[in-house]
Write a protein that binds this ligand. Structure first.
Ligand SMILES: *Cc1c(COP(=O)(O)O)cnc(C)c1O
Length: 391
């Protein structure tokens, strides 16, 4: 039999034989204390977790499913996507080390690097959002310990050549960590492309219903795995059984949701790109996007998150656009079944070299609604934008 695809494997994990009479989905087991029959069994991990902190059945099944998705020997879950970024950095960086990351990296990841890491003797260097893999590799020095790759980068969706950068880092003995939240372990497989540690916010597509926060970390490197495992143990992170159960439930339908949402996003971004008010649609699957060639080479799919760079405009016009929408929720995060919109121009302020934008920057997440209805809603938003600029 041919190797089943992700879509099949994520479900086959539930129906696997040989596990006795049981429900399709694991029970939610809430536990701190785990009881043993005999004193000599109390520390025997082959009989199951000896303490709730290690996670009960749903958490273990989720970790197995995520490891399979990432093509990893092992995966770990932590209480947020941000923790999935910070744990590997905590695991590998020592005082005197340097970390390299993009100027366009996810804001809270940047804050952790700039505030927590630098206060503890780790220096941080940010490279230009548009840098090539060679340019980033050129920054690697004697003290560089890790490169944090986020592609496409938050808000401006700049693509990095992750395979080339990971290879250059490895050649110099530097660890590569990729925040693959946009790829969700499905559209892009960091470990298969030579990245050492793959992380993602399960909060987004994997969970898929905007009702929990979680992060996942995966690696095939045994030593890095031990360091990650030890760090999670040291800092005491734990994921609740309810959240693990919900994330596992979400994961079964990840391929269907993400594929459908990406199909809608392509239709909507293509339409938006033809509107006279729009300067640029920031979305690598579009042939007009500067990152399109890298996306087409390495990705088997896409997220449904994109930026909309307007021609000029004002904060008020940006707000009028969002306020006129009735099918897009106004809220942060993404990857759920619902469409969302945010106004992001101000976020450029923390960058060393803010992106040169032609105007206001809006961000949209396309959900599972009918794309024709979403386009009609965006058309109303554009009318409100024009009206606000005339007033
Ligand atoms: C949302 C996000 C995170 C953090 O996830 P949370 O679960 O909200 O902490 C990390 N990286 C990227 C790229 C994200 O979009």
């Amino acid at each position: 039999m041919k190797t089943p695809s992700d879509r099949t494997r994520l479900i086959a994990g539930a129906t696997q034989r040989g596990r006795g009479r049981r429900p399709v989905n694991p029970p939610v087991e809430r536990a701190s204390t785990m009881l043993s029959d005999r004193a000599d069994q109390m520390r025997d991990e082959s009989l199951g977790p000896v303490y709730g902190l290690a996670g009960t059945t749903a958490a273990r099944e989720l970790r197995t499913a995520l490891a399979g998705l990432e093509g990893a020997a092992e995966s770990w879950i932590v209480p947020s996507g941000l923790a999935a970024v910070t744990v590997p950095l905590l695991a590998v960086a020592r005082p005197g080390d340097e970390i390299i990351a993009s100027d366009a990296v996810y804001g809270p990841s940047r804050r952790f690097l700039s505030r927590w890491m630098t206060a503890r003797g780790v220096s941080v260097r940010f490279h230009a959002a548009e840098a090539s893999a060679e340019e980033v590799a050129g920054l690697i020095g004697e003290t560089t310990r890790a490169v944090l790759i986020e592609s496409p980068a938050s808000l401006t969706m700049d693509m990095l050549d992750a395979p080339a950068l990971a290879a250059a880092a490895r050649a110099k003995g530097v660890i590569s960590i990729m925040d693959n939240t946009w790829g969700a372990g499905l559209a892009f497989k960091p470990l298969r492309h030579g990245v050492d540690i793959s992380v993602q916010a399960v909060t987004k597509y994997a969970a898929g219903h905007s009702d929990l926060l979680m992060g996942a970390i995966a690696t095939n490197d045994a030593a890095l795995g031990r360091a990650i495992d030890g760090t999670i143990e040291d800092v005491g992170w734990h994921v609740s059984p309810d959240d693990a159960w919900l994330a596992l439930r979400g994961l079964r339908t990840l391929p269907l949701r993400m594929t459908e949402q990406a199909r809608s996003a392509l239709e909507i971004t293509t339409w938006l790109g033809q509107q006279p008010e729009v300067a640029r649609v920031l979305y690598p699957p579009l042939p007009s996007d500067p990152g399109h060639a890298l996306w087409a080479r390495d990705y088997s799919g896409a997220a449904s998150l994109f930026g909309l760079e307007m021609k000029g405009g004002t904060t008020e016009a940006g707000r009028a656009f969002l306020d006129a929408l009735s099918l897009f929720g106004l809220g942060y995060s993404w990857g759920g079944y619902e469409s969302l919109a945010t106004h992001e121009t101000h976020q450029m302020a923390y960058r060393q070299s803010p992106a040169r934008l032609a105007g206001e920057l809006l961000r949209f997440h396309v959900g599972l609604e009918d794309p024709a209805d979403l386009i009609a809603d965006l058309d109303i938003g554009l009318a409100a934008w024009r009206k606000a600029l005339k007033a």
